[in-house]
Write a protein that binds this ligand. Structure first.
Ligand SMILES: Nc1ncnc2c1ncn2[C@@H]1O[C@H](COP(=O)(O)OP(=O)(O)OP(=O)(O)O)[C@@H](O)[C@H]1O
Ligand SMILES: [Mg+2]
Length: 306
């Protein structure tokens, strides 16, 4: 199977000209490929260059060097924009529009017909829990409401690519669950999602791959499947009952006794141990819990290396 590349950046570099001729190298030689139908997480500390990358992809700022392609279309040909739904960092919209009016406006920009706009507006306002507020001016919205509206306007034309700059930002726990579910549903429907975030847990739940960027440089790309499987170093076995025989057997395999009924065994012995387990009335195994080097550890390592 050939992998289709949806977003490709080639040597993207951005130097901002700050005040008094001070220059900020926000992005350095970014070479990235985002595959079709994947959820790619862009992870990095504050000021790493995530939003800069996203703004370049949206044509809002220009790179100092390098170029990019979206669905094979060069970035200087803005026709690629019709494929994209974009949620900016800290979205703000014209305050004297209502949510309904904003979505209609965005839908028309994407040349949707009014009937379709009406149907989609209603669906999205309900989905994002904004239906009751649909006729209120956006200026009266809370931060979380504006964020949810930001996602609604990114989804209105059912784009095949979503570029989301911190989609969970400013949301309460329920709002985050809602947005997470929406992103997972987008994946089920084969959409490509490029999202930046600080939240490691969101990445673990949502993303297929994650790119770690620090001080404008892409440091590492991690395949989450690999991290979840290959990253396993040991297992915790929890018993509710344990025969003396089994206890001895575990010791033979150098198991670390964490408590009367909990043992840590190294990855290399787990198959042998499970094989020799006699699951009779004297031994009851309750839990096998893989211990892995999580994203958090990896992230800290990458940051420390810089
Ligand atoms: N318009 C600008 N003029 C000068 N410097 C800028 C400008 N915009 C961003 N920068 C600088 O570029 C760097 C990268 O900023 P960027 O907004 O891309 O980071 P980020 O990874 O999105 O951070 P955050 O997680 O805080 O959103 C920072 O050092 C920032 O101060
Ligand atoms: Mg940012």
């Amino acid at each position: 199977m050939t992998i289709e590349v949806t977003i490709k950046t080639i040597g993207l570099t951005k130097t901002y000209k700050g005040r008094k001729g001070r220059q900020v190298e926000a992005l350095k030689d970014l070479n990235l490929e985002i595959y079709k139908s994947e959820i790619f997480g862009f992870l990095g500390p504050n000021g790493a260059g995530k939003s800069t990358t996203i703004k370049i992809l949206m044509g809002l700022i220009f790179p100092t060097e390098g170029r990019f392609l979206i669905n094979g279309i060069e970035g200087n040909d803005i026709s690629y924009k019709r494929f994209i739904g974009y949620l900016p960092e800290n979205p703000s919209f014209y305050e004297y529009l209502t949510a309904e009016e904003l979505l209609t406006f965005v839908g028309r920009t994407f040349e949707m017909d009014d009937k379709k706009i009406k149907i989609e507006t209603e669906r999205l306002l309900k989905l994002l829990d904004l239906f009751d507020a649909r006729k209120r001016y956006i200026r009266s919205y809370s931060k979380g409401m504006v964020q949810r509206l930001g996602l609604a306007q990114a989804l209105i034309h059912d784009p095949e690519i979503l570029i989301l700059d911190e989609p969970m930002s400013g949301l309460d726990p329920l709002g985050r669950i809602l947005v997470k579910d929406i992103i997972l549903e987008l994946r089920d429907r084969g959409k490509t999602v490029f999202m930046s975030t600080h939240i490691l847990n969101d990445i673990e739940i949502l993303c297929d791959r994650v790119g770690i960027i620090v001080q404008g440089t892409l440091k590492k790309i991690i395949n989450m499947d690999d991290l979840m499987t290959k990253g396993i170093s040991s297992y915790i076995l929890k018993f509710s009952k344990l025969s003396a025989d089994m206890r001895n057997k575990l010791r033979e395999y150098n198991a670390v006794e964490l408590s009367e009924t909990r043992f840590r065994v190294s990855k290399e012995y787990i198959t042998d141990i499970l094989y020799s387990l006699k699951l009779d009335e004297n031994t009851e195994l309750r839990l096998i819990e893989p211990q892995r080097k999580g994203l958090e550890v990896l992230f800290k390592e990458v940051i420390r290396e810089t």
